[in-house]
Unconditional design. Structure first.
Length: 222
């Protein structure tokens, strides 16, 4: 049990760091000052975990009770602020760091929900929520449509990764096996979706018809 808790804590901190990097990069791209960058780093890195902990009754949330989360988030923000050129050399840095954070948080969130006795379906959903919560809040603060509502296989990838962890627990597999497998599946799906444009069906046709109808109505009223 101690080994699982330690591994879960490390996974949570790594996920916090990479998600915080994505938040900091997004803040720099929007030309926020250093305070805004640090705020976005903390939000992106921790709000998914805070939401998860509140829902499962793990209070106070780990991100608020353990200073390591704040330290890791601040470190990610400062690294991005002072060495943004190095971070920006990576191909599509925001998307890649976001995908990495998504996969780590989905796996860690599902396992923590299992540890608190949630049923498999609820644990998988909490894992997904842990993965998407920080990015969703980051995008809302930047006045953007959240990626979870418009990105290719964002929430689906998180749910798939969390489901692998839940299935692994049901099969009595070691968390050291199921968590990396779930994280790799989530990252792989997200990466392939980014690279090849995989996405769920969207209401393009109905939206186009609605726009044409509105345009026709406008012409009649003139």
């Amino acid at each position: 049990m101690i080994a699982i808790e330690s591994f879960l804590h490390v996974l949570d901190l790594v996920g916090t760091f990479v998600f915080a990097i994505s938040g900091a990069v997004a803040a720099v791209n929007r030309r926020l000052d250093i305070f805004g960058i640090l705020v976005l780093s903390f939000v992106a890195g921790n709000f998914g975990g805070i939401t998860r902990d509140l829902l499962i009754g793990a209070v106070p949330p780990a991100a608020l009770a353990d200073g390591q989360y704040l330290l890791v988030s601040a470190l990610a923000g400062l690294i991005t602020f002072f060495w943004y050129a190095g971070v920006d050399r990576l191909r599509s840095p925001v998307l890649l760091f976001d995908a990495a954070g998504l996969s780590l948080f989905a796996a860690a969130g599902a396992q923590k929900a299992i540890e608190f006795g949630l049923n498999p379906v609820a644990a998988a959903l909490l894992g997904m929520l842990t993965g998407i919560g920080g990015g969703l809040t980051r995008d809302v603060l930047l006045a953007e449509i959240p990626q979870v509502l418009r990105s290719d296989l964002y929430a689906v990838a998180a749910l798939a990764g969390a489901s692998v962890v839940v299935i692994g627990d049901a099969l009595d597999l070691s968390y050291g096996v199921s968590a990396p497998a779930g994280a790799v599946l989530c990252f792989g799906l997200r990466f392939m979706a980014i690279r090849y444009g995989w996405h769920l069906p969207a209401a393009h046709l109905s939206a186009q018809r609605r726009a044409e109808t509105d345009s026709s109505d406008d012409r009649r009223t003139r």
